[in-house]
Design a protein around this ligand. Sequence first.
Ligand code: URA
Length: 439
Amino acid sequence: MSRTFDVVDLIRTKRDGGRLSQDQIQWLVGAYTDERVAEEQMSAMAMAILLRGMDREEIAQWTAAMIASGERMDFSGLTAADGSRRLTADKHSTGGVGDKITLPLAPLVASFGVPVPQLSGRGLGHTGGTLDKMEAIVGWRAHLSNDEMFAQLDSVGAVICAAGSGLAPADKKLYALRDVTGTVESIPLIASSIMSKKIAEGADALVLDVKTGTGAFMKSYDDAAELARTMVALGTDAGVNTTALITEMNTPLGLTAGNGVEVEESVEVLAGGGPADVVDLTAALAEEMLAGVGITGVDVREHLRNGKAMDSWRAMVAAQGGNPDAPLPQPKHTHTITAAVSGTVTRMDAYAVGVAAWRLGAGRGRKEDPVQAAAGIRMHAKPGDTITAGAPLLSLYTDDEARISRAEEALAGAIDVDASGGPVELPDLIHARITAADL
Ligand code: URA
């Protein structure tokens, strides 16, 4: 029988800056999952961890304990025609505004014969959620059984679906607790939360898109880099071929933020068009995922131009009950914000755009709230573009007209225009790449 510990002793140890042993971590996470440790005790522990941190070994053990609280998925039975094992690749984004990359990325990578088991979440707060976006497609189903997921990976190659309740249940409880106890912003807790789910999901290769900027969880570059290094270390130690890109999130990605509007833009990318930043990031992440399973020297953009990624998308949507040809929902109300002066757009704040889209109905205030499929924002100009006074700058979409004024309030001061029309220096989209060799 495994040892038991006094939870108050463990809280005191961490509170006073000590380290927890593997046995203590295993016991604590297990006892919390099956309710032998009370919520108030775990909230004290989470706060002690936020204030005192954890070392690399503690984080790895904490992550392992969260994985052990539930099931591990196994895709080793996916085989090619010659009987060889098909390696799987996955991506995780730490969340941003206008971040629709999963939608074109999963079918793009699958179009190279690599299965992509993309377990995704819903939006909370100002960042959107992939499942909420996909549900704008008529008939599309987010919940698949493990058998359905395996069969779709085998036949179509790409799956975007909700994580089942069996994956890292300790994280589900702890994340909900952190959300209401001011303990979300702890790099060890964020890294172990994300990586417990990703490792339990069982992909062979993983690329992490760690965002930095006003619209991201990690506002500063240094915090994003530390989170990226911590997660790459966790993935590597667990035998997953893991890399991270640190990417720009001071400005929204692409020209849309919301649900149906982001699906529309993703389909443009899959048809060989779409905004350059969305295409560039999709291509960079696809190259990382393919390299992670040993495929290099391919032109990923060719599959956006020649329709192969689009074929994967259509098959993926149809396999989950969606109609890829059905029109996307249209909003009941549209409100256009126009440029007050002529000049060059120098700044468009991602956080403000995310909050405005959320207030229009694209996001939810509480987990159980519904979202509006047609709510969101279309950006008619981005930093670097020139505009003329009176021309449309943003279109706001919602089914509930009363939401428009609150969205406009969120956007106050969010956009700068330089009336002199001078050139703007735009930040790089990808700031850094972190691999196991950088640890
Ligand atoms: N996403 C997660 O899954 N967990 C966190 O702690 C933060 C973001």
